[in-house]
Design a protein around this ligand. Structure first.
Ligand code: NDP
Length: 334
């Protein structure tokens, strides 16, 4: 019997900040699995900032979402019916057909995940691309040296909070984080292991960063772009490095955004600014997976999450993510 499933479609291309009317919850029927296919009930789906870019009809490193089609994204779930040898019902898997309650998957389009190591949803966060992004940024793109000072923007979020913990494990002597508002800045210092915090919503990011790191910073992990990048360029010491991971302050921009007006500092300070996409660094996944599993066991890495329940609230979770409603990984539990 085909199973009924609800899924989220993009029905309009947002201009500026997306709104609920850009999306529709659609009920559909998923056919029985064919040969070498599995039917998966999604238990958790991921909402991520990069999805905002996929809502625009522009060329990028990932193709845009189709209009009036179900969106895709990271998901983890349980096999409920299987015609694939070696993957019985009950197996837990990670795949890319998120934004829906059920997914039909063929060989090679999913991976089995081990829930004895960590809860299933951790494979969308600290043990998933989120964690790998933080690791690739600090290990390969802007490597952290022993005793160095690291600044992380988007510090209370999924990638940022993991980056802070990994920076310490990789030898940083001090990690400064920037987040929005006094609640988050307090939490990142008291709970997430940051040594100092910048509240970017209070203004003067450059002055706050100078006060937190009077002798400057060595590495900047940039999730935000704009004014944060400008402040980091001012604070970076000679031979400093920037991992350009994201620019969330600009994702809803409707006009061209000004570049940092102090970029020329990169010359005199011999800075390296390097952008990256996590998908190009999956070769690091095995070593990161081993390290992260050990750090989780030792309590040196946390799996911080904000959970929203129900596919009918997935759009709200995504819109909330863009406005900072989350700490740690924003997840939807189905
Ligand atoms: P987060 O969990 O960090 O969530 C987004 C956060 O961005 C919000 O919680 C909010 O926190 C902050 N934010 C929103 N608007 C602004 C703004 N105008 N200025 C400063 N902060 C803002 O998301 P992720 O950890 O998933 O992603 C973080 C960044 O990493 C994003 O830029 C994303 O695109 C990028 N990324 C890049 C990858 C790559 O391969 N290069 C892979 C994965 C993510 P607050 O309340 O503090 O404002």
């Amino acid at each position: 019997m085909p199973v009924k499933s609800r899924e989220v479609h993009l029905v309009a291309r947002p201009r500026g900040e997306p709104g609920p009317s850009d999306f529709a919850l659609v009920e559909t029927e998923v056919p029985d699995p064919g040969q070498d296919q599995i039917l998966v009930r999604n238990d958790w789906i991921s909402v991520d900032p990069y999805m905002r870019g996929r809502m625009n009809d522009v060329e990028s490193y990932v193709p845009p979402f189709g209009l009036n089609e179900v969106m895709t994204g990271g998901a983890v779930g349980t096999v409920v019916e299987s015609n694939l040898v070696g993957v019985p019902a009950g197996t837990t898997v990670r795949h890319f057909l998120g934004w829906r309650e059920h997914a039909l998957l063929g060989k090679g389009s999913f991976e089995v995940v081990d829930t004895s190591l960590a809860p299933l949803q951790a494979y969308l966060g600290v043990l998933g691309l989120t964690g790998l992004t933080a690791y690739a940024g600090l290990k390969r793109i802007a490597p952290v040296g022993e005793g160095e000072v690291v600044f992380v923007s988007g510090a209370a979020g999924a990638v940022g909070s993991t980056a802070a913990e990994l920076a310490k494990c990789l030898g940083a002597s001090k990690v400064i984080g920037s987040a929005g508002g006094p609640g988050k800045t307090r939490r990142i210092v008291e709970e997430f292991g940051y040594d100092a915090a910048v509240d970017y919503k209070a203004g003067d990011i450059e002055g706050q960063l100078r006060a937190a790191a009077p002798d400057g910073i060595d590495v900047y992990f940039d999730n935000v772009g704009g004014e944060h990048l400008r402040a980091a360029l001012a604070a970076l010491r000679t031979n400093g490095r920037v991992a350009m991971c994201g620019a969330i302050s600009q994702y809803n921009a409707t006009e061209p955004v000004p570049g940092p007006d102090n970029l020329f500092l990169a010359v005199g300070k011999r800075l390296t600014l390097r952008g990256f996409i996590v998908g190009d660094h999956v070769d690091l996944a095995p070593e990161y997976g081993r390290m992260a599993a050990a750090l989780l066991r030792e309590g040196r890495l946390r799996s911080e999450e904000t959970v929203v329940d129900g596919i009918e609230n997935a759009v709200d979770a995504f819109l909330g993510l863009l406005r900072g409603a989350n700490t740690g990984k924003m997840l939807v539990r189905l």
